[in-house]
Design a protein around this ligand. Structure first.
Ligand SMILES: CC(C)(COP(=O)(O)OP(=O)(O)OC[C@H]1O[C@@H](n2cnc3c(N)ncnc32)[C@H](O)[C@@H]1OP(=O)(O)O)[C@@H](O)C(=O)NCCC(=O)NCCS
Length: 144
């Protein structure tokens, strides 16, 4: 696992999270901010997992220094091999070292089992449809 530039993540974000639709945005306005952190995992030279973190207002525990996770994705053919858990573990260690106290995300309901396995909690009553993908999501968070 390593820090990467957000540009390196666009192709994986689009393919895994946006149905490979060339019309869909895979850019967060905060991508290039100095305070944003992007992580990727590689097998040989191939990017197989991505996760991006942005400083954010916390939807829960609002006194904690909090970052938002977006664009969590493992490539289709290597899902279930531990890469998702590994990139989160790596990122959380880096964030903790920077003084970050909590992370949160709009988690896809289809991925909530993954987040439960990696120590995240659900914010009760936060179920909603994503305005971007129209898929069911729930606010999740983890105190680091
Ligand atoms: C969700 C996703 C990021 C998980 O990444 P991954 O690399 O496949 O996950 P890992 O192999 O590290 O799995 C870690 C644990 O979570 C479990 N898990 C993974 N995906 C799961 C899911 N969708 N539902 C339930 N459990 C899941 C694994 O079985 C594993 O459990 P274990 O510790 O008992 O072995 C990946 O499947 C993915 O990119 N999915 C499509 C895009 C997506 O939904 N992204 C999240 C947007 S919020």
């Amino acid at each position: 696992m390593q820090r990467v530039d957000s540009l390196q993540l666009h192709e994986l974000r689009r393919r895994v999270l946006r149905g490979d639709d060339p019309e869909k945005s895979v850019v967060d306005p905060r991508d290039d901010d100095d305070t944003s952190l992007h992580f990727g995992g590689f097998v040989d030279d191939r990017l197989v997992v991505s996760a991006s973190f942005f400083p954010s207002v916390a939807p829960v525990n609002d006194t904690l220094l909090t970052y938002q996770l977006r664009y969590m994705a493992t490539d289709f053919d290597v899902q279930g091999n531990g890469y998702g858990a590994e990139v989160l573990r790596y990122a959380e260690n880096k964030l903790r070292a920077l003084g970050v106290e909590q992370v949160w995300a709009n988690g896809r309901d289809s991925a909530l089992g993954f987040y439960a396995r990696t120590g995240w909690s659900i914010l009760e009553g936060s179920q909603h449809l994503s305005p971007e993908t129209h898929l069911p999501h729930t606010v999740i968070f983890k105190v680091l």
